[in-house]
Design a binder for this molecule. Sequence first.
Ligand SMILES: [Zn+2]
Length: 711
Amino acid sequence: MNLRIAPSLSRFLFLGMAVVAILAFAQIPEARRPTPPGNIDAYKELVDKTVSPERIAEFLRYLTAEPHVASSPRNDELAHYVRDRWKEFGLEEVGLSTYDVLLSFPKSITVELTAPRSLRLQIEEKAVPEDPDTKNPDVGIPYNAYSRSGDITAPLVYANGGNPQDYDLLEKHGIGVKGKIALVRYSFPYSYRGFKALTAEKRGLAGLLIYSDPKEDGEARGPVFPNGPWGPLSHIQRGGIPYDFIYPGDPLTPGRPSKPGERRLSSQEAETLPKIISVPISAENARPLLESLDGEAAPPDWQGALPITYRLSGSQTKVRMRVEMEDPVKTITNVIGVLRGTEHPDEIIVVGNHRDAWVYGGVDPSSGTACLLELARALGEAKRAGFRPRRTVILGNWDAEEFTLTGSTEWGEENAELLRKNLIAYINVDTAGAGRDFNVQGVPSLIPLLHEASKEVEDPVEGRPVYEVWKAGVAGRDGKKVEGKVDPIGSGSDHAVFLQHLGAPALDMSFVGPYGVYHSVYDNYFWMTHFGDPGLKYTAALAKIWAHLIIDLACRPILPLDYATYARELRTYVSDWAAKHDPGKQKAGRILDKLGKMEKAASTVRPFLFDLEKAGRIDQDDVKQINGLLISLERDFTDPQGLPRRPWYKHLVFGARYTYAVLLLPALTEASEAGDEPAVEAAIRDLENAVSAAAAKLEKIGALLTQQKRE
Ligand SMILES: [Zn+2]
């Protein structure tokens, strides 16, 4: 055991890891060269020189060679592959962290039209000759994870996006939905499929069929696979439907790691398990069902792009759904690798991506996994050349994200105490290269750092910094230009536990573009190399941006977390809330007052964050104290009790609606929408206290910094 590790950290580093990791640990050479601040640029340059699109292509080919759903033999094999590569690259304490969690798989699924004529749907995606991967017999049955089993026959209704207002409209037209089967589409505005399931369950439907209309992601958008990036008529979007807006992770162990001996709920007790039958189908499958409806025509905005009239109901149409699922407890495997900090090993940065895919996962997640592997290789090369982070960097390759963000959530829950105290930031890459448009969601304290990193890395096609291309904007869906910006962050990927449960700053980034094959068999190597990122140049650019963020967070003397930007963004969120719920700003005024103080204090801190010379003059004990305060700042914006109806979610500023849309000021907004005055008052008070605490810490940091300036 190396004594230079703080006791709490050593406990953490060995948690849930294989014995081999301990053996590997003993071999780490004693001599380590700390990276002086002046060498940050050289560190980045070396990483940039190492990152190779060709190596990323090799990783991607291997990762996408076979389907690899969580807990499958192939996905376990890939865990060992990632582990072995990371050891080879020179990461430390590389090991596997496993959990036994409730997963969900189909035994058999049939959907039939039984009246007015009988037709059994072929729920499978067509093979295309150009792409042998589409012919693989191991692709498996498309399904919705955590659907209930059952055999039902019921009348069919068409319910547009399957959102509450859609069922309201049906009822307004005199069409009852209780006991029926709803055919709904993945539509804009987007709502998470689990929200569609919960909505159908609440409305008393017997079953749910979710299909992909060509208007959203198929031929109405442009050429389809294998001739273009959009989804062909037979593509099917698989996906989980758990109610993880209540809590993500293993449904049986909310808030606790799924380790042996841990208390488990029964399936009946688990609030996140749906009680409805749900099956995803293709547009090709949906067409005969829609054609069999003979009722009133659906409103114009409910009409999709199939060449038929979409109708609300049918006088005779009946559908039978037979779904046989099994919900086994299975072992899932995260891979963890470490670069231990030379000077402040107790201060931690975590970066991650998930490995499990619904099928091949060309974009989602294997482009991200290939990016993570290349990141590890580049950091390892730099280590060989003597560059090491001053703070500890942990890489996580998560498992079972597709089920309910399971692997990252369990790991975060297992290491909660340590991460709450020491985690500086979490940076996620789920999908890396699905196009050329840089896309980021994150907390405001990380925005200036991200701007820096995106100025330092070149857009591989435009030959200008990513930042410039991003700021220039792209054409949105409505043809209007959308300028580059960091959107507020919600849920939907592995950052959720770090941000919303543990209260650490988080960022999720990717390159995006036209992408119509999400969670289908066509999201594969062929798609990636023909449409998503031919030559893997954008995935390489993302690996560089990722590395620059890590190096800055791990090596700058003062942590580059900017609370001036945070305070400014928070002012916007509070003002937007007031515009809807507090027009006189009586209540909002109380928070805005305190935000003024926070902004002022943060603005004295800001000049020191990116100025290495200024930061280099500060006394070392003060630096440690300043960074400790900076780390604790985001935690001030959490409530240990959590949101009233979903205590797992603890953040006061960033949350997610049940639809997965970002929910700003979640406790306050939900209380206002429910008209619950005492809860509104409590949420205002929590925010006031959080802002005051942050302002006080920033004033303290400012005093420590300016006192240095005088000397
Ligand atoms: Zn993903």
